[in-house]
Design a binder for this molecule. Structure first.
Ligand SMILES: *[C@@H]1O[C@H](CO)[C@@H](O)[C@H](O)[C@H]1NC(C)=O
Length: 151
């Protein structure tokens, strides 16, 4: 095999794999003011996503709004054994997370944010519940997906 063939056969798929955000399976938990189309997490090569302590993950939620809204505010919980625990994110302003506000009805947006996994988190499986509320507190989206925190 020549060099080109080696690159194509081995390194190109690897590069694509590394740069490719994975579409994750999610459950809609009550997106009354919108409709979720797709949820991507990068990196997440296997599902449920394995979140390594000390790393940060890019979350991309693509949804179509069913409402007009000036603002949007995210709330994230980790649901551990059925109990929701606040999961802090650096910026809860959806209008600074890939969404151009004001949000307009019938327009599709991609909400993009980081999920930082702190080194002190326990190694457990949990469900991440991510909500984005509109002006009146109604959910533009509410999604749930399982994750596993690993060292
Ligand atoms: C988010 O996902 C949508 C739908 O796949 C895609 O069009 C968009 O480019 C993604 N945005 C980022 C920043 O990855």
């Amino acid at each position: 095999m020549d060099f080109h063939a080696v690159v194509c056969a081995f390194f190109l798929p690897l590069l694509l794999e590394l740069s490719h955000a994975e579409q994750v399976k999610f459950v809609d938990c009550g997106s009354v003011a919108g409709n979720v189309i797709q949820v991507d997490i990068n990196p997440c090569p296997t599902q449920p996503c394995q979140l390594h302590k000390g790393q940060s993950y890019a979350v991309n939620v693509t949804f179509t709004s069913a409402t007009d809204s000036q603002t949007s505010k995210a709330v994230v919980h980790g649901v551990i054994a059925g109990v929701p625990v606040p999961f802090p994110i650096p910026n809860d302003d959806g209008c600074k997370s890939g969404i151009e506000c004001p949000i307009q009805k019938q327009i599709t947006y991609s909400y993009v944010n980081e999920l930082p996994v702190k080194a002190e988190y326990p190694s457990i499986k949990l469900v991440v519940e991510w909500e984005l509320g509109d002006d009146s507190g109604k959910d533009l989206f509410c999604i749930k997906f399982p994750v596993q925190i690993v060292s």
